[in-house]
Design a protein around this ligand. Structure first.
Ligand code: FES
Ligand code: FE
Length: 373
């Protein structure tokens, strides 16, 4: 933090090295991404037994797959023999079992060791004990959340509490029945910026009038720069002549029938620390997950979720996707343009937050308490 006295309106950001220092990033990997609940994939990414996805969680590669009974399972992507990475692809289908490409140890879809060359000559080897190392998981909103901690934190007191803090009560999110929605579009962004720049950007709307002309057209109050997330259960109202949350304000898709009348013609946004942003509008949900890969690189996977009937009937979602895709590109471009400054001598003590951004200071306090713990 800066040591010089700041005017009352301003508080300081984190110092620049927090966004570049590999040691700080390593602490974040260990104490945040590997210790908290991390939103890994959409459950429908592994539709049938044997289908899998691999994801980076902190320093670890994790396999998420589906068992023969149809249950989602998560394992460390490491062979228990000599440690080779079992699955090299981002996604695929192993069929009935994971077979190691090195010496052919074979694990069933529950992770149990079921075969290996000469295994019968080693009757003392316990097949469960030498099975794939399991990862704690929880399904919520149709996503698979994992925790690599030996004893994961309470899901209720962390993930769910974030939603309660933002929306007043969980039911305000339940109305959207996110778990029942289908993916209408997925876009993956490879952002050359520290993950915290992306969180900070998402938490404030001071930039909206400058970089998001299309968004402020649809949500006129965003032009004032007040973050919709700041006030409990505040939704930003659509402009009077706006018909839907689309690039040109034209009609959206079929509305989610279970939403509350209060939620019509409004946009809500939630940050679920450490790596999820949820945006809710009457006809779709925009769900972002970040995968922090390095101090200066973050992959963001963004799903546009609609009623299954909208997706099955092949309705054209282009206009609603285009609005937030453009917002994402505008935001990520800004983050990428901030990243080089983080290692500049000018930014050694960081920058400043104006009053409408002061709540970002709470994120910084949270981060520091996590990595110092
Ligand atoms: Fe997997 Fe040897 S490393 S079987
Ligand atoms: Fe933005």
């Amino acid at each position: 933090m800066t040591t010089t006295e700041l005017p009352e309106s301003l508080i300081s950001t984190l110092p620049g090295h927090f966004y570049t220092d590999p040691q700080i990033f390593a602490l974040e990997q260990a104490k945040i991404f590997e210790d908290m609940w991390f939103c890994a994939i959409r459950a429908s990414d592994v539709p049938t037994p044997g289908t899998f996805r691999t994801v980076q969680v902190g320093t670890e590669s994790i396999i998420i797959s589906r068992s023969r009974r149809g249950e989602v399972r998560a394992f460390f992507n490491i062979c228990r023999h000599r440690g080779i990475r079992l699955c090299m692809e981002d996604a695929g289908d192993v069929g009935r079992a994971f077979q190691c490409p090195y010496h052919a140890w074979t694990y069933d879809l529950d992770g149990k060791l079921i075969a290996a060359p000469n295994l019968t000559r080693m009757p003392d080897v316990d097949r469960d004990e030498y099975g794939l190392k399991k990862v704690h998981l929880r399904e919520w909103l149709g996503y698979v959340w994992v925790s690599l901690a030996d004893e994961p934190p309470s899901f209720e007191a962390t993930v769910l509490q974030e939603v309660v803090d933002r929306l007043g009560e969980l039911t305000n999110l339940d109305h959207y029945e996110v778990q029942k929605l289908a993916i209408g579009r997925r876009i993956v962004y490879d952002v050359k910026a520290n993950w915290k720049l992306i969180v900070e950007n998402f938490m404030e709307c001071y930039h909206c009038a400058t970089i998001h002309p299309e968004l402020t057209e649809v949500l006129p109050e965003f032009a004032d720069g007040l973050a919709a997330q700041f006030f409990v259960n505040h939704g930003a109202a659509f402009g009077d002549d706006i018909k839907g949350f689309t690039i040109d304000g034209s009609e959206g898709l079929d509305e989610i029938p279970s939403i509350d009348p209060d939620q019509e013609r409004k946009y809500y946004a939630i940050t679920i620390k450490p790596q999820v942003f949820v945006n809710m509008v009457p006809d779709h949900i925009i769900f972002h997950r970040m995968y922090p890969m390095a101090a200066d690189r973050t992959i963001v996977e963004c799903d546009w979720l609609y009623l299954p009937s909208v997706v099955e009937q092949g309705k054209d979602v282009t206009k609603s996707v285009e609005l937030f895709d453009r917002v994402n590109r505008q935001d990520f471009d800004a983050c990428e343009r901030c990243q080089p400054a983080m290692s500049s001598r000018v930014y050694r003590d960081g920058g400043v937050l104006v009053p409408s951004e002061h709540h970002i200071g709470l994120f910084h306090e949270w981060l520091q308490s996590k990595i110092q713990a």
